[in-house]
Design a protein around this ligand. Sequence first.
Ligand code: F1P
Length: 358
Amino acid sequence: MFEEDRAPVTFSEIYHQADSCRRTVERAEERSRIFRQFLPLENYTEIIITGCGSSHHLAMCASFAWSEMLGRRVVAVASSELAHFSEHYLARGAKPLVIAISRSGGTTEVKLAVERLQHEYGARALAVTSDRGSVGSVCDAEIVFDECRERSVVMTQAFTTMLVGLYLLADGASGWRHADEIKRLPGLINEALQSTEHVIRPLAEDQEIGRFFFLGSGQMKGLADECALKLTEMALDTAFSYRTLEFRHGPKATLNSQDQVIIFPVEAERQHLETLLEEIAATEASAVVFEAEHEGSGRRVALSPNLRVLSIRADSTEAFHPVLYAHVGQLLAYWRAAARDLNPDAPRHLERTVLLNG
Ligand code: F1P
């Protein structure tokens, strides 16, 4: 039988994420000073945030917040794509700023992407890491988020913490207009985790559930991808992630009564949510909607007995919401792994740092 203390590292890292974020907020000024050497941002034709795996997912979430805060296009591209297809993503003559994320600081593709863009476009690069390594050594500067240094193989608290750190960097560069809001995020993260775990754990332990589907669009797509990756890494469950409305274009055809759909809705698509929920209900699959508290949240429960709505106190700009939901995939994966007697601290076939030879 699995015992909680067999996987103390992952467990404690998940539950410490609000504390780590609090420390990140306290260090905002110090890091904003490091970022200042890259200003003004008008010097760059492109801002690209890159990484692999969870770091790529966090880049996806951050790119939406950065676009909104900086009032310009910011894109997330997987490091392997940038390293091998940079001409597809960048016009000749582009002058990019690259934000290279790597928790371990050592992932080969992240380093390769930075080197390729430096060599071909004269890019400048900032490393965002929690451990020093080869990525930082090829960049112009490095910000080390040592407050979320993890011992686990699978990234959990570092996802949330580095994401808050990235919000703060963009906010510092654009006049601290969201500083108070970002300061409140650690408290909201803690509240969200405590208020939803009573639903997440039984869901994770329910062995009647065959497959998990995570749906999110815009800033929530990186989050949906991350939730699916957590279940895959920790619980060895092949989980699925789709853009919310893309799910209707084919994937929903496979749904059956043993499937669990988890939806992270966004305001821009709110008017279509009811249609999606009706369609899911018709397949007899179950759905949980995690959404920011607003007038009317909870009313959809009547649509189907298989539908639940969990409202989370969000009180912040929508672009910051992914940090409030990151624990959903982490806890689902942790408790599902535990229920299957798998040790989330030691997922099979996985390494903490993924390296390529040659
Ligand atoms: C990226 C990553 C992790 C994943 C696994 C392998 O690492 O893909 O997201 O969970 O541990 O590495 P990093 O570049 O952020 O260290």
